[in-house]
Design a protein around this ligand. Structure first.
Ligand SMILES: Cc1cc2nc3c(=O)[nH]c(=O)nc-3n(C[C@H](O)[C@H](O)[C@H](O)COP(=O)(O)O)c2cc1C
Length: 356
């Protein structure tokens, strides 16, 4: 098996097994995808699959400055331009739906936005805002049952508009890295006492209900999910008693629902996360039995082939794609990769974005 072989993912035939990882790049002025973003993604269309930067399905989910949304007609029009640009280069494109929940700089939210999370537990840490620089997170409002239903509906509406009107190939539900969905899964951010909190089955309820609803709306072949067991980002617990039970249950239930893939973040050894304490990736594969995307710190053909030879199906690559739009060709030619400039990861112009 090689990373250069094609792969059938849900409804799609991917040209290779290399996935461009979702990366927030903060170029969406006024939270609307634009021509510059279309150019950026089209430059990287030789990836087997591109997963977009985190994109908010709700006015309440815009935690960061200049991240795109997918809840207004203008935003959906913007995504259509991006999807068309990627498709014209024979690429495939999923949009990652990311609701930031309590990970927010209040100044980043439009006036009508509300900071929502499973429980009124403030996250430690700070967030960059264009108006006031770094600001502490705020204490969120604990979501009512109405908020839960409303938020799930926002994901459904976004997914439908993205697939039916913008023509994207599918959506990825961001349940990793301490954002809203992960805030439900994690016992540090979820201290609810109703059916959505407590034991692992209850903590998984929001994510599973949401997955079912999105699948019913756009079809199971068009839905993936990203998770980060043992993840340490954004003030969640990275090790707790029922972690293995939680992710085993989640994987089995997602198998029943029939989504296209589970995308497992592996930040062990880098990006501040501890090493996995168990064989959790293998456990998840065992319970899910379908496509697993994983990677992390993949910087060469050999690194990428190792992910596949370890029994996973697709390999995600993040930072190297920023500075090597032609990464697949460079891998084929075994050329040295260029290093990205982290100072330009989240700035607003084309520098460090489309000029590599
Ligand atoms: C600039 C930047 C932005 C990121 N934004 C997101 C995001 O929006 N959603 C997400 O799931 N992960 C995000 N990540 C994490 C990456 O998807 C990936 O897991 C991480 O970069 C590790 O992979 P790598 O070693 O190949 O870079 C981001 C990473 C970087 C460097």
């Amino acid at each position: 098996m090689s990373i250069f072989q094609s792969y059938k993912l849900g409804d799609l035939a991917l040209n290779n097994r290399i996935v461009m990882a979702p990366m927030t790049r903060c170029r969406a002025l006024d939270n609307v995808p634009n021509n510059l973003m279309a150019e950026y993604y089209a430059q990287r269309a030789s990836a087997g699959l591109i997963i977009s930067e985190g994109t908010s399905p709700s006015i309440n989910g815009l935690g960061y400055a200049r991240i795109p949304g997918a809840y207004s007609p203008l935003q959906i029009e913007g995504w259509k331009k991006v999807a068309d640009a990627v498709h014209s280069k024979n690429g495939k494109f999923f949009v990652q739906l990311m609701h930031c929940g309590r990970i927010v700089g209040a100044e980043n939210l439009p006036e009508a936005g509300e900071v929502l999370a499973p429980s009124a537990v403030k996250a430690a840490g700070e967030m960059f805002t264009d108006t006031n620089g770094m600001v502490p997170h705020v204490t969120p409002k604990a979501m009512s049952l109405e908020d839960i239903i409303q938020t799930q509906q926002e994901f459904v509406d976004s997914a439908k508009a993205l697939v039916n009107r913008a023509g994207v190939d599918g959506v990825e539900l961001h349940a990793a890295n301490g954002y809203l969905l992960d805030q439900f899964l994690n016992p540090k951010s979820n201290i609810r006492e109703d059916d959505y909190g407590g034991d692992f089955k209850n903590r998984a309820r929001f994510v599973l209900e949401l997955s079912k609803k999105v699948v019913a709306a756009i079809g199971k072949g068009k839905v993936g999910i990203r998770i980060s067991p043992y993840g340490a980002m954004n003030d969640v617990d990275y090790d707790y008693e029922d972690l293995v039970d939680l992710y085993s249950y989640l994987a089995s239930e997602l198998r029943q629902i029939g989504i296209a893939y589970i995308h497992i973040v592996d930040h062990s050894g880098s990006m501040g996360a501890p090493n996995f304490k168990t064989d959790i990736k293998r456990t998840i594969k065992l319970h899910f039995q379908d496509t697993i995307i994983t990677g992390g710190d993949v910087n060469s053909v050999d690194d990428a082939e190792k992910v596949i030879s370890n029994g996973y199906d697709l390999v995600y690559i993040g930072r190297p794609f920023i500075s090597n739009p032609d990464l697949v060709q460079k891998f084929l030619d075994r050329k040295t990769l260029k290093d990205p400039n982290p100072d330009l990861f989240y700035t607003s112009g084309k520098e460090g974005y489309t000029d590599y």
